[in-house]
Design a protein around this ligand. Structure first.
Ligand code: DGY
Length: 322
């Protein structure tokens, strides 16, 4: 493909957008950075050779029907549950993602949420900003220690392992985990204990951190009965995908203190966040910041460019999904 027409669905770090435009003649950037609707995405698939989407672009099977010109979808992000990749493959489209480069930044976000939830940092920040802080006192905003506690990792892949290392070596926590896969790559915490089920991790851990993919296989994995398995003093941390948790059940569990608190970076149906969650003090809410550092977002966009170059030059993209 000599002169591909390329659609980029959101703004990227400026130097990488510049590089994309330098390399290819026909690039359509989304100058206003407004999410594309289904009709615009459908038009992009119909009219462009290459579409470079992100997690904010929902691309279900019906968008791959009819006349499609697109041959390559280079997703900006590791998670690709927003794209029906089986339908893309049936339409003859190659899909790639950006694993690896965002592991450390996302693990940092999980630890940020864990510490903020444990130490009631969101409540404290709101108190200071609103002018309601009345000064130091021995019983003010007492949180929970992190050091010496047990972290339970559900999904011991790249990001789960990076969180386990931070928790263990940085904060003196013991690690238990569950992973559906038979083999787990070396996670670097030699005394981490693999448990036999999600429930066992929920029952054992003081902090449960979710690191599995979103989509059908894990939808509502953490539901009301599973939340009841957790200790009343425990915290749930989610930097994976919103649909892994039943948000309604979580709000109930936080309100009636079935669990002590939560830290969330992702939501089902983003950017909407249920009022039931926003009204609670014992949950820290971040706006899907997992990989949001300049270095990481730059590395992600460069990885999309590498995948694109592989595809256009007839090689298998390094991180091809289908
Ligand atoms: C990812 O890479 O999956 C992040 O959630 C942002 O898309």
């Amino acid at each position: 493909m000599l002169e591909p027409t390329i659609v980029v669905t959101r703004r990227w770090p400026a130097p990488v957008e510049k590089e994309l435009v330098r390399r290819y003649r026909s690039v359509r950037l989304n100058q206003d950075d407004v999410p594309l609707g289904p009709d615009e995405l459908k038009a992009a698939l119909r009219d462009a050779d290459v579409v470079l989407p992100t997690v904010s672009d929902r691309i279900p099977a019906e968008l791959f029907t009819g006349k499609i010109r697109a041959r390559f979808l280079g997703n900006f992000g590791v998670g690709f549950d927003h794209i029906d990749v089986a339908a893309a493959a049936r339409a003859g489209i190659v899909v790639s993602n950006t694993p690896g480069v965002l592991t450390e930044a996302t693990a940092d976000t999980a630890m940020t949420l864990l510490l903020m939830a444990a130490r009631r940092a969101g409540e404290g920040e709101r108190e200071v900003r609103s002018g309601h802080w009345t000064g130091w006192r021995p019983t003010h905003l007492m949180g929970a220690d992190v050091s010496g506690k047990i972290i339970g990792i559900l999904g011991m892949g790249r990001i789960g392992s990076a969180v386990a290392r931070r928790a263990h070596f940085g904060f003196g926590m013991s690690v238990v985990y569950y992973d559906r896969g038979k083999t787990v790559a070396d996670h670097g915490v030699t005394d981490a204990v693999r448990l036999d089920s999600v429930e066992e991790v929920l029952r054992t851990a003081d902090f449960v951190s979710l690191h599995m993919p979103g989509g059908r296989g894990n939808a509502r994995l953490i539901d009301a009965p599973r939340l009841r398995e957790m200790k009343p003093s425990a915290f749930l941390i989610n930097t994976a995908r919103g649909d892994v948790v039943d948000q309604d059940a979580l709000a109930d569990a936080l309100r009636d203190r079935t669990i002590a608190g939560a830290g969330l970076d992702v939501y089902e149906g983003e950017p909407a966040v249920p009022r039931k969650l926003r009204d609670l003090e014992n949950v820290v809410l971040l706006p899907h910041l997992g990989s949001a550092t300049l270095e990481t977002r730059t590395a992600m966009s460069l990885q999309v460019l590498d995948n694109l170059e592989d595809f256009l030059e007839g090689r298998r993209p390094w991180s091809r999904v289908v």
